[in-house]
Design a protein around this ligand. Structure first.
Ligand code: THU
Length: 139
């Protein structure tokens, strides 16, 4: 993970707009995510919580599921913004879900509260991922 100051403006704007729409009345921790699909367009998501706490869905998974439901089958770039001092680290479940659609070289931008940014890749944040090849499947 390297410090880097300039994520793509469209990804950052989409993730921040989604973050503002997060439904996080329990944790009060708003997260926004944006994923880029191969045609260059961007799909965003926010965390959506529930009174049954364990049913919360993270911003990253909301964005991935929305992109896939919209017809995408590949994600080429990701940005996550959260209210952390350091660039927000995606949870393990979201790393796994991202890796289903994003190749190891896909760039991941992580952004914190004061706009601190890290640039990393799917392969760096989830090395040796379990994937369809382990099942002998080509989705
Ligand atoms: N959250 C995300 O949206 N993404 C992450 O990678 C970590 C956590 C959300 C889930 C929950 O709504 C809140 O942050 C506190 O855990």
């Amino acid at each position: 993970m390297t410090a880097e100051t300039s994520p793509p403006r469209d990804l950052l704007d989409a993730a921040r707009a989604a973050q503002a729409r997060a439904y996080a009345p329990y944790s009060k921790f708003r997260v926004g995510a944006a994923v880029r699909v191969p045609d260059g367009s961007v799909v965003a998501g926010a965390n959506v919580e529930n009174a049954s706490y364990g049913l919360a869905c993270c911003a990253e998974r909301t964005a991935v599921f929305s992109a896939v439901a919209g017809g995408a089958r590949e994600i080429v770039e990701v940005l996550v913004v959260g209210e952390t001092d350091r660039p927000v680290p995606p949870c393990g479940a979201c790393r796994q879900v991202l890796s289903e659609f994003a190749p190891p070289q896909a760039v991941v931008w992580l952004v914190g509260r004061e706009g601190r940014v890290s640039r990393t890749t799917i392969g760096e944040i989830l090395p040796d991922a379990f994937g369809p090849k382990e099942l002998g499947i080509t989705p």
